[in-house]
Design a protein around this ligand. Structure first.
Ligand code: ZN
Length: 580
């Protein structure tokens, strides 16, 4: 879909990059720029920069970059058209409707609409005779009719193809339904419902679209939960149940649970900030997403061995973000659902207020199977605790916990502290090694995302990037310094595309804007362009610089690879020969 320049210009004017990015990232002024923690990779020191002047952003850590549309595209996992739509909605602009959609935008629309119809169907089934067993299941778990409506809960009947038939009658094709994971196709070509005889939990994204389903069996058969796998509108590793409701709560805290039923029980009891991952262990993507909506995460996993293991892993993952982590110590029931049922809302509230911070949680884990009456156990506890405290960067905190450990283990506080110092020294060394490995990995990642043919010299890359940056800044240099230059002189396809588009813009007498590249570059390439734009800070902005770049590019072009010699004209060959 091509939008008119006028529309895009208005869209940009009404969606200032600083304002839009600020709703995802806390930005701090840094000279003429703004910086913050990158929302696209886990980090503790900011390498993400917003450039108000060029209305662009760039992350020096992971290479993500672009304009406000690229940002929304990447952050919300949307297509170009859907990102424009989101920004238009945000600014109260009407979308130009009559323009032809690109294929994926249309497919996504179909998928949203099929999911919405499926959710309506499941919900109706739950209220009908067919859904009695499902209704009874929710009733037995204490879910009220109001909660059923609020979450749009449903029931998939014990039938091979009632949903498939229903959606066909609404005009959906079998191949679409299979692609959207609502139906499956057997080896002999029969299309049947993906969910059967299960209570259904619709997963709703932050824009209010039904994007997936979780289905639970009514008895003990396996698999207990069945979840939609990835589709064109849904990525399981990013999915969070009930975040669409929880994001609106005012506390800046979220309660992270294990399952749908925990979330539903908590919301019904008034804890409307409860969410859950979807069937799998917490992923880094989910943690990053949650950290955008909360400054504190209360981890509320089941009080069994599996729950504790999962909590330990979640603590590790969240420690790479900037959120505060607390781990709830569940007592009086194995999960929040049971606790609220057995002991009431107040009990749950007191558990929340008595939550352990991550250090307390790790210490309590360390002594879990130990008997502190026994000398050997006290010693192992002290050793384990020292390792944990060594990871704390705040010396006051270390001192505080050292007293606690000294008390519990009977080791003197000074001994605990000196052991912590030794452990810190050792950890620092190990950290340096990991950091080095990480830098190496990042460099490899960059070369994977490299837009140049293998072996392109740094000098040539620099010349191309500086020239493009210089032209972007000083459009009049195009006529004065680049008469001899053609797009083919650039070594990479991406730079060629950028040069061509830039030339077109300048020849139309317009000022270059990063927005004008959205429809000819991929989000990754937009990152490359943003990196180029960051160079304009270092430019001298004079013609001489521009001419030097052109000369370097053309010289490199002349140094033809041997296999291309055969294709040279006689004249060119002679020139090359005499030069050599
Ligand atoms: Zn980044």
């Amino acid at each position: 879909m091509r939008f008119t320049d006028g529309f895009l210009e208005e869209l940009r004017a009404k969606n200032d990059i600083e304002t839009v990015v600020s709703s995802y990232v806390q930005l701090k002024p840094s000279g003429r720029l703004l910086s913050g923690l990158c929302p696209f990779h886990g980090e503790k020191t900011p390498s993400f920069y917003v450039y108000p002047e060029t209305q662009s952003y760039y992350c020096f850590g992971c290479g993500a970059g672009g304009d406000v549309i690229t940002f929304v595209r990447t952050a919300e996992n949307l297509s170009y058209v859907d990102a424009v739509r989101l920004l238009a909605n945000r600014a109260g602009l009407a979308m130009p409707e009559d323009q032809a959609d690109d294929g994926t935008a249309n497919l996504r629309k179909r998928c949203y609409s099929a999911n919405r119809e499926a959710a309506k169907f499941f919900h109706q089934m739950l209220q009908s005779d067919v859904g009695k067993s499902g209704f009874q299941y929710f009733h037995s778990r204490g879910v009220t009719p109001a909660t059923i409506r609020h979450f749009g809960l449903g029931f998939a009947p014990d039938d091979w193809n009632c949903l498939t038939k229903h959606l066909r009658s609404l005009g959906f094709r079998d191949d679409e339904l299979v692609q959207f994971n609502l139906s499956r196709k057997s080896k002999n070509g029969r299309v049947y419902d993906a969910f059967r005889n299960r209570v259904m939990f619709p997963i709703i994204d932050l824009q209010g679209n039904v994007v997936a389903f979780g289905g639970r069996v009514l008895d003990d058969s396996k698999p207990k939960y069945l979840n939609t796998s990835d589709t064109v509108v849904y990525k399981k590793s990013r999915g969070v149940f009930a975040l669409n409701f929880a994001k609106n709560n005012s506390t800046k805290e979220l309660i992270l649970c294990e399952g749908y039923m925990d979330v539903i029980a908590l919301h019904q009891a008034g804890f409307t900030n409860a969410v859950a991952g979807l069937g799998t262990a917490l992923t880094e993507e989910q943690a990053l997403l949650l950290s955008r909506y909360a400054s504190q995460i209360n981890i509320c996993y089941d009080a069994d061995e599996a729950g504790r293991k999962a909590a330990e892993k979640a603590v590790r993952i969240f420690s790479r973000t900037n959120v505060k982590i607390k781990v709830l110590r569940l007592t009086g029931g194995k999960d929040p659902d049971e606790i609220i049922k057995n002991s009431g809302v107040e009990k749950m509230r007191s558990i929340l207020s008595g939550a352990m911070n991550d250090t307390e949680f790790r210490l309590s884990q360390a002594k879990e199977h130990l008997d502190l009456q026994v000398a050997d156990d006290r010693l192992s506890y002290a050793n384990e605790a020292v390792k944990i405290l060594a990871t704390l960067s705040n010396p006051i905190e270390r001192d505080l916990y050292a007293s606690k450990i000294a008390n519990e283990s009977g080791v003197s506080k000074s001994a605990v502290l000196s052991q912590i110092d030794r452990a810190r020294h050792y950890q620092q060394k190990k950290q340096d090694q990991t950091r080095f490995a990480l830098i190496e990995k990042q460099m490899n990642a960059f070369s994977k995302n490299d837009f140049y043919p293998p072996g392109t010299p740094i000098r040539v890359r620099n010349a191309e990037e500086h020239l493009l940056a210089s032209l972007y800044r000083n459009p009049d240099f195009l006529t004065s310094s680049c008469k001899e230059l053609s797009a083919n002189d650039f070594s990479s396809q991406t730079n060629r595309t950028i040069f061509q588009r830039l030339t077109k813009i300048i020849e139309q007498g317009k000022n270059p804007s990063i927005h004008a590249f959205n429809d000819c570059l991929t989000p990754d390439e937009m990152g490359h362009l943003s990196k180029i734009l960051t160079l304009s800070e270092k430019l001298g902005n004079n013609q001489k610089e521009c001419q030097d770049c052109v000369a370097a590019i053309q010289e490199a072009k002349k140094a033809v690879a041997p296999q291309a010699i055969g294709k040279l004209s006689d004249d060119d060959f002679l020139k090359l020969f005499t030069k050599k």
